[in-house]
Design a protein around this ligand. Structure first.
Ligand code: ADP
Ligand code: MG
Length: 701
């Protein structure tokens, strides 16, 4: 089944053994096909020529025509560099090379005219270009040669050192395209190409390397993105369709008398518009007759708990029980505390079950779960133990999705003799909708994107370590007003001892700085009981300052705590900073978050801190996080395939993703096994993709 694209790269004209080895090692290019898929990461517009006098240091890349008037080596040893001057009738420009000087000196001739291309920078009053590209200027010919959009390819330092640069790659790619263009076969059905105004695969590949103009480049990109997202969605949805054909019937929750009483008479506040919308989405889902699988996203404090409770009432109204499962004991406890007042108010039975539940309680819980008199159970993993049996589990709410695996979800499904329970997965880690759609292909997504009215957005500042005294001063003012404060230290597992020392020292210095106040300390090494007791003291206002590690990220709700100081804030990821900050701003008072850092911040570090200062919107933060880290580090993306996207950007191409998803869904609805003639091509490409990923794996190992 091998094709011309499997030809070894050394057989391409202009490659040979040496370059072949560089291509193998530096770029992972082994075959013709691999080289074609080394797409340029940008293109340069080489249609305009500047006069030197028109160039400023804020001009991006420019090309000029000038005469090389001097070329000299200056400096010694490491400081050695090659300096040149080009000039035209409007002025002079300095050129400098720090590397490859010998080769360049040999190539360039003083007195000749060149097309000079590069990014100018100002040094004092001089403009200078480092490592410019130099093309001998040969009137007439060069104009034609250098016109249009030039591809820029990724190359490595090693390649540059061997003057195997982007332009050399472009030349090879052009040679290759001329040779194999007609062998590039289509991968999408003809009707999809027509309906979606796409160009052919062959043209797309050719134009993504060598577009005639920006429009053709765009067409090429559109086509490649479409194809990429299409095959990804086909894969994801196919697994979902598999489930659908299994006919996961669901219980029908259409009677809602208790829900209505609660909603009309007991609800202590008005729901936000977003809460209402989400409750409606869930209700519509749970009476369809199919099992619900829904992700409920909502920022910290957006009011997910009440939504969950109202859904539990719907279950109860239809003779079903509900379970809420949380990843930690503290979190389970907090959910229980949050739900209990509502449940009590409605006379609904509710219990907490965790690993540390007493045997006596446990027995009662087991019994009432089995006979159906217990309506709501809140707990940890203990809930999925074999011993636990339900009378009729109808709704499962899972908090903090990312800590539960698919296997655990499935274990809960087995807990019922009737239809599988409806699943509502809640997360406060906002994931951009597009990413959620891609990653959780099997989940519908509901979003609470509105905070209850009257919340004061948390004010966030960035302060450097040297300003700590003033930060402490501010803390003191706030504490004197009766508020409480958190001081958080990072705790990174690999260096736990070190961080622990940081924390201890921090605790001591805080105690010294606030001798008249009481300081709590909480960290992951404490016994759960001690930890809880200390948290309790803080929650009751017996201590004013809580020095802690990130254990407080989940699990504490102290509305009177209105300041959070985060030490070494640059060490935290955006998602974590956001979760931490969510611990304040829960009461009526204005809350503050102070991010402390050292003077030196990495570029990403700066962006993270600035994002936190600029916004409290979890979705904006998640988007920024996605841009910074790529989807690779965001929970749950590892197996999803979004990591391998080369053309599309799920952040930016969300509209296309939505469209492609609908198309893929329709195809699989109509032709789940792709047996129709026009779909043969899809199957073919799918097996091609599988084959390719197998080859890639075998190369790695
Ligand atoms: P989270 O989404 O972080 O779980 P919670 O459900 O804990 O948020 O809600 C945070 C607080 O806001 C709780 O005290 C809750 O009672 C309150 N709350 C929820 N919805 C509303 C609303 N619509 N109006 C006012 N307060 C609300
Ligand atoms: Mg919550």
């Amino acid at each position: 089944m091998s094709t011309v694209f499997d030809t070894k790269i050394e057989f391409l004209k202009g490659v040979g053994a040496v370059r072949a080895e560089i291509l193998n090692k530096e770029l992972g290019v082994y075959t013709f096909g691999d080289l074609l898929e080394q797409y340029p990461f940008r293109h340069e517009d080489r249609t305009k020529f500047y006069k030197i006098g028109e160039v400023f240091d804020d001009t991006a890349y420019v090309q000029m025509i000038g005469r090389l008037t001097s070329l000299n080596s200056v400096g010694d040893g490491r400081a050695k560099r090659l300096m040149g001057i080009v000039s035209d009738e409007t002025g002079e420009m300095e050129l400098v090379w720090f590397k490859g000087a010998k080769w360049i000196e040999r190539k360039l001739k003083v007195g000749s005219w060149y097309i000079v291309y590069g990014k100018p920078q100002r040094y004092g009053y001089k403009l200078s270009i480092a490592h410019p590209e130099m093309d001998e200027y040969d009137q007439g010919v060069s104009q034609a040669k250098s016109g249009g959009l030039q591809p820029v390819y990724h190359t490595t330092e090693k390649m540059k050192a061997k003057s195997f640069d982007s332009r050399a790659l472009a030349k090879l790619t052009r040679t290759l395209l001329e040779k194999v263009y007609h062998d590039i076969s289509e991968t999408l059905p003809e009707y999809l190409i027509k309906e979606n105004n796409l160009i052919s695969k062959g043209l797309a590949v050719a134009w993504t390397h060598f577009p005639k103009n920006p429009q053709t480049l765009q067409q090429a990109k559109d086509r490649l993105k479409f194809e990429e997202l299409f095959f990804l969605q086909m894969k994801i949805i196919a697994s979902k369709v598999g489930k659908r054909t299994d006919k996961y019937r669901g219980q029908i929750f259409d009677k809602i008398p208790t829900f209505n009483i609660f909603y009309k008479e007991h609800l202590p506040f008005d729901l936000t518009g977003a809460q209402k919308r989400v409750v409606r989405e869930i209700y519509d889902d749970m009476r369809k007759g199919y099992q619900m699988n829904r992700l409920l996203q909502g920022d910290v404090g957006s009011g997910k708990t009440i939504v969950a409770f109202m859904c539990m009432l719907m279950a109860l109204d239809n003779d079903a029980q509900s379970a809420l499962m949380a990843p930690t004991e503290i979190l389970a406890q907090q959910h229980y505390n949050g739900l209990k007042p509502f449940a009590d108010d409605m006379g609904v039975t509710i219990e907490l079950l965790t690993g540390s539940s007493k045997t006596k309680d446990r027995r009662r819980i087991d019994e009432t779960l089995r006979d159906g008199s217990l309506k709501i159970i809140v707990g940890t993993h203990a809930l999925i133990e074999d011993k636990v049996d339900f009378y009729n589990l109808g709704l499962c709410v899972i908090d903090e999705q990312h800590r539960f695996g698919v296997a655990q979800r499935a274990a809960l499904w087995k807990k019922t003799s009737k239809e599988k329970p409806h699943m509502l997965v809640m997360t406060a880690t906002p994931i951009p909708r597009t990413l959620a759609m891609t990653v959780y292909g099997d989940l519908e997504v509901s979003i609470i994107d509105e905070l209850p009215a009257g919340r004061k957005p948390i004010i966030t500042w960035h302060k450097f370590d040297k300003g700590r005294l003033r930060v402490f001063g501010f803390m003191r003012e706030q504490i004197e007003l009766g508020r409480q404060a958190y001081i958080v230290y990072p705790l990174i597992e690999e260096s736990e001892t070190l961080d622990y020392k940081n924390l201890e020292e921090g605790y001591e210095s805080v105690s010294r700085a606030f001798p008249d106040y009481k300081v709590s300390i909480v960290h992951g090494r404490m016994k759960p009981a001690d930890k809880d007791a200390e948290m309790q003291r803080f929650a009751e206002g017996k201590t004013q300052i809580m020095v802690a590690t990130t254990v407080i990220e989940v699990g504490v709700n102290v509305p009177n705590a209105s300041i959070m100081v985060i030490e070494n804030a640059e060490k935290f990821g955006l998602a974590q900073l956001h979760q931490l900050r969510g611990r304040v701003g829960r009461g009526a008072e204005q809350s503050y978050c102070v991010l402390m850092t050292g003077d030196k911040l990495s570029k990403d570090g700066k962006v993270r801190i600035q994002t936190m200062v600029d916004t409290t919107d979890g979705f904006k933060i998640a988007d920024a996080d996605l841009k910074l880290r790529g989807p690779g580090d965001i929970e749950g993306t590892q197996q999803s395939g979004v990591l391998d996207l080369r053309h599309a950007d799920i952040g930016q191409d969300s509209a296309l993703l939505q469209k492609v998803r609908n198309i893929a869904e329709n195809i699989l609805d109509e032709d789940p096994d792709l047996v129709k003639e026009e779909h043969a091509i899809i199957k073919q490409q799918q097996s091609m993709l599988v084959r390719k990923s197998v080859t890639n794996w075998s190369r790695i190992s």
